[in-house]
Design a protein around this ligand. Structure first.
Ligand SMILES: [Zn+2]
Length: 274
């Protein structure tokens, strides 16, 4: 398929998702849309450029090296291409679950990941709203994933596309019919499932770390689906108003945040009166 056709199809899919979010919103919104979308777009552009310049040269080299020198788990077996690709995608998805847990558990990583959680609303634009520092640090993890699993370039490329589709979908503010959502969450991460992860309450944020497949949270006992969306307060306790979250504040949170700013809440009720 031509690059232009693929880009066109992707643009149509994203457009349809944004249109559906507006028609069938899952959660009420807090911040004015224009300002928030502009800021998230700038942040996304910075992240995109950083990954293109810094991650791509690393993964291009390491995927070629893994195949040529038979480095990593999958390179130890002679399996059909389709099986190798499938296993690579599944194992990359699992090791991304582990990375996501680390971004919450390792204080330095949480300083950066909290910026993603600080969004007061959650929709498809939240999906691309990661601090550039977190993205740069994730390159080291990505290098480890490629070499440990033995990932060929095509499998990494496919997985990265699936990750983008998955994060746009599960961050979206799309109210799916509940029966459809219940069926989907058996296999993949859904908007209501990931909504619980973006709660100000620690016990809720410490759940639902999966990206594509929901099975990793099931296996680790970290799946949590019993929180109604209208009871969830999205964000982090220290940053509750839009004027705390302008572009400059956004970029400097990891550098200036105090220990208190980085804490999550014990209960929701104290943050609901706004
Ligand atoms: Zn998180």
């Amino acid at each position: 398929m031509g690059v232009l056709i693929r880009a066109g199809l992707a643009a149509i899919a994203v457009g349809a998702l944004v249109w559906l979010e507006r028609r069938r919103p899952l959660r009420r919104t807090v911040e004015p849309a224009l300002r928030r979308n502009l800021r998230n777009a700038v942040v996304a552009a910075m992240g995109g450029v950083a990954l293109r310049l810094l991650e791509r040269p690393v993964t291009d080299r390491l995927t070629a090296m893994a195949v040529r020198h038979r480095i990593g788990l999958l390179q130890r077996f002679n399996m059909p291409k389709w099986a190798e690709t499938l296993l690579a995608v599944v194992l990359l998805d699992y090791t991304l679950y582990v990375w996501h847990v680390l971004t919450h558990r390792v204080p330095l990583l949480w300083r950066f990941h909290i910026v993603h959680h600080a969004d007061l609303d959650m929709d498809a634009s939240t999906a691309v709203r990661f601090h550039v520092g977190e993205l740069v640090m994730s390159i080291g993890w990505r290098a480890g994933q490629v070499l440990l699993i033995g990932v060929p370039a095509e499998a990494l490329d496919l997985w990265q596309k699936l990750v983008i589709a998955a994060i746009l979908f599960h961050h979206s503010n799309l109210r799916l019919p509940i029966d459809l959502e219940r069926a989907l969450v058996q296999g993949i991460v859904t908007p209501r499932m990931h909504g619980v992860h973006h709660s100000v309450v620690r016990a809720e944020a410490d759940s639902n770390w999966s990206t594509i497949l929901s099975v990793w949270d099931r296996l680790h006992g970290t799946l949590r689906l019993n929180v109604p969306q209208d009871e969830i307060e999205i964000g982090v306790p220290a940053f509750r108003t839009p004027d705390q979250l302008g572009l400059l504040q956004f970029l400097t949170i990891p550098l200036v945040a105090s220990g208190r700013d980085l804490e999550l809440a014990d209960a929701t009720h104290q943050y609901r009166a706004r």
